[in-house]
Every structure is written in C-alpha cells, then in structure tokens.
Design a binder for this molecule. Structure first.
Ligand code: NAD
Ligand code: IPM
Ligand code: MN
Length: 375
C-alpha cells in the first residue's frame, strides 16, 4: 500500500484545533482510497518555545526534509513578542525548504455566506500565486542613529550617493526594512503562475504591484511579468496597482482568474480574498517547492480571540489537507474530500459560529470525515 510520510506541526491556538480535524478527514480519505498516512508530530510553537527556548531545531529540519509534505496549523501567541514564532518557525520553514510559491485559491463554495451583494460562486473563483521568499520578507532591517524625522530629506539625499544610513543596532531614531526582489526569484514565481494558468485552461493572469511608488522593486517585477507574457500569447495579461486590486476584489471579483503577487501584497490581499469567500475559516494555502518538500496550511493565524473554545472553523485546514493529498498524487482522495465538504455545506446544519451555527470544530470535522467514508 502506498505510504506518505507527513510532518505534522499543529502549532498554536486554533492551529491545533483545526489540524486535528484535518487529520481526521485525511485518515478517512486514506482509508477510503487505500493509501497510508504516517504523521510525524512536531511540537513547535509557543508552548515548546516558552519551555525550552527552541524554535525549530536543525535536526528536525533535516528529518522534515525526508518527509513527503508538511501539514501545519498556525503560529503566534500573545505571550510571545510578535515575530518570534512567526519568523522563527513559519517563515523559517518556508525559506528553508525554498517554498517559493504560495498558492492561495479564492473560491466561494456553494452555500457559504458571501458578504458581497449579488455575488455568488460563479463570481468568486480565482487563484493567487503569492511569491513566498523575497520582497519585504527577507528579514533585512534594523535601526539607525543620528537621523531624526526632520532630517529624512537629508537621508534621501545621502541615499543617492551611498546607502546613507549609519547603522547601529541599539539606536532607535530610525527604523528601516529593505524589500528585495531578484531576477531568479521573480522569474520563477511568474513562470509558475503563467504555466499553471495555461495548464488549467484559464485565459487571464493579472500581476499586482505598486510600480508607481516603489519603482525600483516593483518596476522590476512589472517588467519581468510583461516581458515573460510574450511567451504566452494565449494568456491575456494586465498589471494592476495593489490599491486598485483591493477595490476590484470587492466590486468585481469576477474580473479575476489568476493573479501573481509579490510577497507582502500577497499576504494582505489574500485575507481580503478569504473574507469574500466566507471568512478566515475557509481559506487554504499551499507553500510549494515544485522540486522539494511543500507545506500546506490554512491562511489564518492562531486566532487568540477564539482559541481554546472549540469553535474555530476547520474548513480551511481540511481544504489545505485536500490540497496536500492532491499534490501527493492522491487525486481521487482529494476529490472525495471536496465532495464531502460540499455535501456538509449543502445540508447547512453542522456549522461553526462564524457561519451562523452552533456546532463545534470537531462536529464539523466528524461530519466531513463521515461524508468522505460514505461518499
Ligand atoms: P487570525 O487569522 O489568527 O485571526 C483573524 C480573525 O479571524 C480573528 O477574529 C479570528 O477569530 C478569525 N479566525 C481565524 N481563523 C478562524 C477560524 N478557523 N474560524 C473562525 N474564525 C477564525 O489573525 P490575527 O488575529 O491577526 O493573528 C493572531 C496570531 O496569529 C498572531 O500571532 C499572528 O502573527 C499569527 N498569524 C499566524 C499565521 C500563520 O501561522 N499562518 C497567519 C496569520 C497570523
Ligand atoms: C500568512 C501569515 C504569515 C505571513 C505570517 C504569520 C508570517 O500572515 O501566512 O498569511 O505573513 O506570510
Ligand atoms: Mn497573512
């Protein structure tokens, strides 16, 4: 029997609650479709960090590198300074495994409440390809001394001559963060988006940037996107500014089939994407390295405001599990998870409070796992 080895990182807060349901549904699908799943549990997250001071160990990274995929919940805890767990664990995994594609489907499933007036499943169905290794996420930043706000003009002038910041980490008069995109990094994500768009029979790909202000990095991004378009005559392209894209997500979501986006804007617009497809509890993602180990997770965080109450919506995590088994070649199992999800939504009975119901996280997981087994 075929066996897939999965590194399981439930993480923090609702991450643990929703991943448990994802595992339940994945076991049901593996039973139904005749393959084995071997989950290897990793404790990374706030509890482990507060107890041991460790984020992710080198040994674990090497072990995880031998797995077929990673299934992750969420990281983040109000007891820990923002960034420690998020950068130290989640971004560490994305960077270490060079998962340069963050694939985030934005799809309104039937019977899910959409906050947009007069929009339905036919209008909200596109894919966002978020670059996942560069931009403002490279971790290059710090503090500088000697320049006050009033002197920023001076800094701009100096910048023209040389870098111009007198960098000293314990000074706190200026803080800066550098965004960087490389030719290789930009080309590979844009290539992936064009290829995926072509293979999936879509006809349109939009690129998102802010080339009118952040001219250096996004001018470079835009030009790369436009140049590469010549190789794909069958795909209709447009370059849009990110501020306008947020407006189009709300006013005309049907405009989009696929979008390719630099890292930070991709982060921001996909929370809006989640909102128009029914909320944070519904949006899955895959951090993909086409030649390596990929990682699947809901796009939401640890949701401290509802954690521990058993009311988080597990649909995003279950859907991320569906993306994972599909990527492992288990297409029939993936189809049966999607079908089960739609069956439970169609009955409109078992739903968590964010969907206006009173069911628990595990009630929803049970119902979907059951529908997989019966499907
Ligand atoms: P969040 O995504 O955790 O929560 C935003 C809102 O969505 C909250 O009101 C929350 O209750 C709701 N929500 C999230 N998931 C839900 C679910 N499954 N069902 C129902 N409602 C859900 O974002 P935040 O509050 O800005 O961040 C909380 C923590 O999570 C922070 O530490 C942040 O850094 C971290 N974070 C981690 C990830 C990740 O691990 N991928 C993503 C985003 C935020
Ligand atoms: C996401 C999250 C992460 C990101 C954070 C927690 C590092 O917001 O997966 O969308 O910014 O990528
Ligand atoms: Mn995010």
């Amino acid at each position: 029997m075929k066996k897939h080895k999965i590194a399981l990182i439930p993480g923090d807060g609702v991450g643990k609650e929703v991943i448990a349901q994802g595992v339940k549904v994945l076991y049901a699908a593996s039973e139904k479709h005749g393959f084995e799943l071997d989950f290897i549990d990793y404790p990374f997250g706030s509890g482990h960090y507060l107890k041991t001071g460790e984020l992710v160990s080198e040994d674990s990274l090497a072990e995880i590198g031998k797995c077929d995929a990673i299934y992750l919940g969420a990281l983040g805890d109000p007891r820990v300074k923002p960034g420690i767990l998020e950068k130290g664990i989640l971004l560490q995994l994305r960077f270490h495994f060079d998962q340069y594609v963050n694939l985030r489907p934005v799809k309104l499933l039937p019977n899910v409440y959409c906050p947009l007036k007069n929009k339905g499943p036919a209008d909200i169905d596109f894919v966002v390809f978020r670059e996942n290794t560069e931009d403002f996420y490279i971790g290059l930043g710090g503090n500088a001394k000697g320049k006050t706000h009033q002197n920023l003009e001076l800094v701009r002038q100096m910048y023209k001559v040389k870098f111009g910041l007198d960098i000293e980490t314990d000074a706190e008069e200026i803080a800066y963060q550098i965004g960087l995109v490389s030719r290789g990094g930009t080309e590979r994500i844009i290539r992936y988006a064009y290829e995926y768009t072509k293979k999936s029979g879509k006809t349109k790909l939009a690129s998102v940037d802010k080339a009118n202000v952040l001219t250096s990095i996004y001018g470079f991004w835009r030009k790369t996107f436009e140049d590469m378009g010549a190789e794909y005559p069958g795909i209709k392209t447009e370059s849009l500014f990110v501020d306008a894209v947020t407006m189009f997500f709300v006013m005309q979501p049907e405009r989009f089939q696929s979008l390719v986006v630099p890292n930070m804007f991709g982060d921001i617009i996909t929370d809006l994407g989640a909102a128009i497809q029914g909320g944070m509890g519904t949006a899955p993602s895959g951090n993909i390295n086409p030649a390596g180990v990929s990682m699947f997770e809901p796009i939401h965080g640890s949701a401290p405001d509802i954690a521990g109450r058993g009311i988080a919506n597990p649909i995003a995590a279950i859907w991320a599990g569906e993306m994972m088994v599909r990527s492992l070649g288990e297409g029939a199992a993936a189809d049966s998870i999607m079908k089960a999800l739609e069956t439970v939504l169609a009955k409109n009975r078992i739903k968590t409070p964010d969907f206006g119901g009173a069911s628990s996280t595990s009630d929803v997981g049970d119902a979907i796992a059951d529908a997989v087994l019966k499907g």
